[in-house]
Design a protein around this ligand. Structure first.
Ligand code: AMP
Length: 513
């Protein structure tokens, strides 16, 4: 079944239900949302030759048009490639080329930057917030959604890889349907009166949650700012009511601190799903105290979108269970549609309480990485997805994450692979060696720290290195601090000892406390 069937059904059953909103203004009801998507799909097909199996890249900030582009693509049986709007245009261009996307939907500064990178390709690019896009609303519409099988690709999500090159996670119609149904079973009872508020990037999990709300013919709201602004959310929530949103731990922290300043008690907010990075127990306790029992935690990764374990609203708010604190520090129990086990390096299940790698199997697990069989074979073995996360499971089935087997840094909910940053810094003429690690940080979860060994005679110059990073990678990946060393600590094989570097940072208290 095609995920776009859910939009068709919502439009037939609830044609006049408000569907797309910018702030509190309704942009389209469900009949109009479906009509526009079919018209845009018609234009994609007739003007750009898009058909089943093709890829359409979306590189833009949150906007109601995001969902129009998404459903237009799905209606044709093509797959979307949502690209994080915060990426450097060079990084976005790499993804567009890797998927051989035939069309790019973009807007504003993202469009200009990408056009410059892809000048030679002469790839068609549409500005979703301009007049040309609105003209597509009047194109000849397509009929019903093209039929799709469970394993047909719907969404290719690029995650940063340990090799420095991002990998395209192929999420199928079956994966995303299972993940959406898992929302109903383990996260929240979404209803038609609900309002999905997109404060986190729609290119990520927050965007893939749209299917849940489309199925229910609920409202999709993009804040006028197009992003995350605690003051704006506080203003919108009481007016919209039944607001459901995904928020990374950093966002939750900011919402709580803003609410505390203004006396906001969460009025109008129904559910805040948090995850994507570790949440400090003290912070979630604070959040429930200030904003009320509106929080549900999820643990997932692009390879099993938003769906590995969940900690329900009642468990997040619970203070009565004898082990409530441990549970609050956990990521919850497995979602209904997946099996989760903790395994040793050979894949053997470990006894409860022991730490090993978290393995997942089930309907939400990706079919593999786009045109990357080696990485796929490495990630999925004997039907199990190796998450790269280290954790343990208690006797009741609650999973607690301990560490990551990969080097990944999670800062403000965004993943950063040290290798990507290291490769960029190494290209700078004054850098002889570099090693990048994460340092715990109260506000961001972790921040990027670069240890640099300079070429002889070159001066320490944070500003120059910073400018070099800005020119080459997304701003959020830039080191927050540069530490200059005479040499990097290495083992007998010459491998840099990141544990030693992290130890050096321990002498320096975490920032932002
Ligand atoms: P992504 O593929 O960008 O969704 O990142 C997934 C990674 O984020 C996981 O493999 C975990 O390391 C981390 N993560 C996701 N959810 C949580 C959570 N609730 N608590 C701690 N870490 C998490």
């Amino acid at each position: 079944m095609n995920l776009a069937n859910w939009l068709e059904r919502a439009a037939l059953l609830h044609p006049h239900a408000p569907a797309l909103l910018r702030g509190t203004s309704v942009v389209a009801d469900y009949a109009e949302f479906y009509r526009r998507s079919r018209a845009i799909a018609g234009a994609f097909r007739s003007q750009y030759g898009i058909s089943a199996g093709d890829r359409v890249a979306i590189f833009m900030h949150n906007a109601p048009e995001y969902l129009e582009a998404l459903y237009a693509t799905l209606l044709l049986g093509a797959a979307i490639v949502p690209i994080n709007a915060k990426l450097h245009p060079r990084e976005a261009a790499w993804i567009v080329r890797d998927t051989a996307a035939r069309l790019v939907v973009s807007s504003g500064q993202e469009l200009g930057g990408l056009q410059a990178q892809l000048e030679a390709e002469q790839l068609p690019m549409l500005d979703a917030t301009g007049g040309d896009w609105r003209a597509l609303h009047d194109a000849d519409p397509v009929g019903q959604p093209v039929r799709r099988g469970r394993d047909d690709i719907a969404w290719i999500f690029y995650t940063s890889g340990t090799t420095g090159r991002p990998k395209g996670v192929m999420q199928t119609h079956g994966n995303l349907q299972a993940a959406s149904l898992a929302y109903f079973t383990d996260v929240d009872a979404a209803e038609r009166a609900d309002c999905a508020l997109y404060a986190a990037p729609m290119s990520h999990g927050a965007g893939s949650y749209n299917f849940v709300f489309t199925l229910r013919a609920a409202r999709h709201v993009v804040p006028a700012s197009g992003g995350f602004d605690p003051a704006e959310i506080q203003n919108l929530a009481p007016r919209l009511r039944n607001v459901c949103m995904f928020a990374a731990p950093t966002m939750v922290r900011r919402m709580v601190s803003h609410a505390r300043q203004t006396g906001f008690d969460g009025d109008g907010l129904k559910t805040i799903v948090y995850g994507g990075g570790p949440m400090y127990v003290a912070d979630i306790l604070d959040a429930v105290d200030v904003l009320g029992p509106r929080f549900v935690q999820i643990y997932g990764q692009a390879e099993s979108p938003m769906t590995i374990t969940a900690l329900s609203r009642s468990r997040v708010a619970d203070r009565d269970h004898p082990r409530w604190r441990e549970r609050l520090a956990s990521v919850g129990a497995p979602h209904a549609c997946v099996e989760v086990k903790i395994a040793d390096a050979d894949g053997n299940e470990l006894p409860r309480g022991e730490t090993g790698e978290v393995l997942v199997s089930g309907a939400t697990v990706m079919t593999g990485y786009w045109q990357n069989e080696r990485a796929t074979a490495d990630a999925i073995r004997d039907g199990w997805l190796w998450t790269g996360d280290l954790g343990s499971m208690d006797v009741d089935g609650f999973v607690t994450l301990r560490d990551r087997s990969k080097d990944m840094i999670i800062s403000g909910g965004s993943n950063i692979y040290p290798r990507e940053v290291e490769e960029v810094l190494l290209a700078h003429p004054s850098v002889a060696q570099v090693s990048v690690v994460g340092r715990p940080d109260r506000e961001w979860g972790e921040v990027v720290i670069a240890f640099v060994v300079l070429e002889p005679g070159h001066p320490e110059d944070d500003g120059a290195l910073d400018l070099h990073c800005i020119a080459n990678i997304a701003r959020f990946k830039r080191p927050k601090q540069y530490v200059y060393l005479g040499d990097l600590p290495k083992n007998a094989y010459g491998k840099v000892l990141k544990t030693e570097l992290r130890r050096l940072l321990e002498d320096d208290p975490p920032t932002g406390s």
